[in-house]
Design a protein around this ligand. Structure first.
Ligand code: BES
Ligand code: MN
Ligand code: MN
Length: 462
């Protein structure tokens, strides 16, 4: 292992240059204008796998953006780890809120990253974290340390709900066969508080359209007499939660598997400082469902958020208009045992029921995903615990995170494999926001830790 760590250390600068090349490709999956960039980013990953020493690597077409697959098979009788990650990124806008251009990576120091952090879209989510796996592979091959078989599946549609990956898995079951799926697309609590994610929330995402009159109207001639869809949409959104911030949609909580007192106690033992949390976000108070702590609100409770709302006149100056239409995008984060489509149906029924007769309402289901809970009493998890304990000098804490990776639940259904969520980002790394960044400490710590995962997993499975 010493040789591997030395190899990683000696090549640090070259690694940074390589990662920068990948980050410069604006692989925004939701934007059809970036279709070519998706292929560029996929090919870059394929080449990176081959250069790192994979036996083979290939870019596979799908109905949507391509999937990159590569492998290093040393001995079919040994266990196989499939690394999953994504090369697509979220849109970078609003661009004017970035301190440096999102696809021109730079290194800057921050309070939480005194050694510097890479600022770029995708630096943490998820190119930077996938890159650590490429370099771990390279270091292991270079030092002829191959305790397990390694497979890599890097997709280009995670940020849009992985619409093609389920089919890809079904079509390539044999190729993807594995004993565990290893994912670095989550966070640690802090750089001195290592953690492993043992749960992610699910998601049900809808778009609503509220229509009032058949055209935009003069707000003087008609105002006060005709329903204004923006006013009404706002009222309707406000009705989705009560004063305790409990979601009011009938049946919404019916399937929720309530956490036990024991689980809640465990969850609240994880290090968390409310004062620092508020300070980092510049808020005077947190805001959430009554009766739950912040970690519980994001870890084991569902939530509902408007992600965007638009309609009417938003240009410069004042225009007196009573708009014909108003829209909102609304997401609901789900916890075990809630089902995304069922929740969307409940939402639609309730949302239509609270609409006054002066408007018409349309609800579209955009996408969704099931929540995940991973076991912690398995060799797959233990290997991650041992790896992190080795490199951080502290045993990692199991945590539940609020984000979603919808494909993880499908992996279990289609490939029959459980996942281990060993991510290295910080929640403050501004993923999906302007000025996304990834700490150099985190990048190198990830590269250092991953080879230990393979080592311990190989040993535990013997
Ligand atoms: N890597 C994130 C998920 C995540 C974020 C997990 C933070 C743990 C902590 C992933 O890329 C993501 O953003 N997922 C989307 C879901 C998707 C369907 C758009 C999300 O959670 O909004
Ligand atoms: Mn991600
Ligand atoms: Mn993301």
């Amino acid at each position: 292992m010493k040789n591997i760590q030395q190899y990683l250390n000696e090549n640090k600068d070259r690694f940074l240059n390589e990662l920068f090349e990948w980050l410069k490709i604006p692989s925004v999956s939701s934007d059809s204008g970036h279709k070519d960039d998706m292929y560029k980013a996929a090919n870059w990953a394929k080449d990176a796998l081959l250069k790192a020493g994979a036996d083979k690597a290939e870019v596979f077409e799908t109905k949507g953006h391509p999937v990159v697959y590569g492998e290093k098979i040393t001995d079919p009788s040994k266990p196989t780890v499939l690394v999953y990650g994504h090369y697509d990124v979220q849109p970078a806008d609003p661009l004017d809120l970035w301190d440096s251009p999102p696809f021109e990576p730079v290194i800057k120091k921050t309070d939480l990253h005194p050694d510097g952090a890479i600022f770029a879209r995708g630096a943490c989510d998820d190119k930077g974290q996938v890159f650590m796996h490429f370099k771990a592979l390279e270091a292991m091959v270079a030092n002829d340390f191959l305790p397990v078989n390694m497979k890599f599946m890097i997709e280009g549609e995670e940020e849009i709900g992985s619409p093609s990956l389920g089919q890809f898995c079904k079509d390539n079951k044999e190729m993807l066969k594995n004993d565990v799926i290893l994912v670095s697309d989550t966070s640690v609590i802090a750089n001195d508080v290592p953690s492993i994610t043992t749960g992610l929330r699910g998601l049900s995402y809808v778009e609503v359209e509220v229509t009032g009159p058949n055209r935009d109207l003069h707000s003087g001639t008609y105002g006060g007499a005709v329903g204004n869809p923006i006013n009404i949409l706002s009222e309707m959104i406000a009705k989705l939660m009560d004063e305790d911030r409990h979601i009011t949609i009938p049946g919404f909580y019916d399937d929720v598997l309530e956490a036990t007192e024991e689980e809640r106690k465990k969850l609240n033992e994880a290090p968390f400082n409310l004062k620092d949390y508020k300070k980092a976000l510049d808020i005077d108070e947190v805001c959430g469902e009554k009766g739950y702590t912040t970690d519980e609100r994001t870890g084991i409770r569902p939530s509902l958020d408007a992600n965007g709302i638009w309609g009417g006149f938003t240009g410069e100056g004042a225009k007196t208009v009573l708009p014909s239409k108003a829209y909102a995008k609304i997401s609901m984060r789900l916890v075990p045992n809630q089902e995304p489509k069922k929740i969307a149906v409940l939402f639609e029924k309730y949302f239509k029921s609270i609409a006054p007769d002066c408007v018409k309402v349309k609800v579209d289901y955009l996408h969704g995903g099931l929540p995940v809970v991973t076991p912690i009493d398995t060799p797959e998890y233990k290997a991650a615990e041992m790896a992190m304990e080795t490199t951080y000098g502290k045993k990692p804490v199991p945590t539940r995170e609020g984000g979603s990776i919808p494909i993880i639940a499908l992996f279990e259904q289609i490939l029959g494999s459980k996942s281990v969520l060993m991510g290295f980002g910080l929640n403050s790394d501004a993923i999906h926001s302007p000025n996304e960044h990834y700490g150099l400490f985190n990048l190198y710590k990830g590269m250092e830790t991953i080879p230990y995962y393979y080592k311990f997993y190989g040993e535990l499975k013997k």
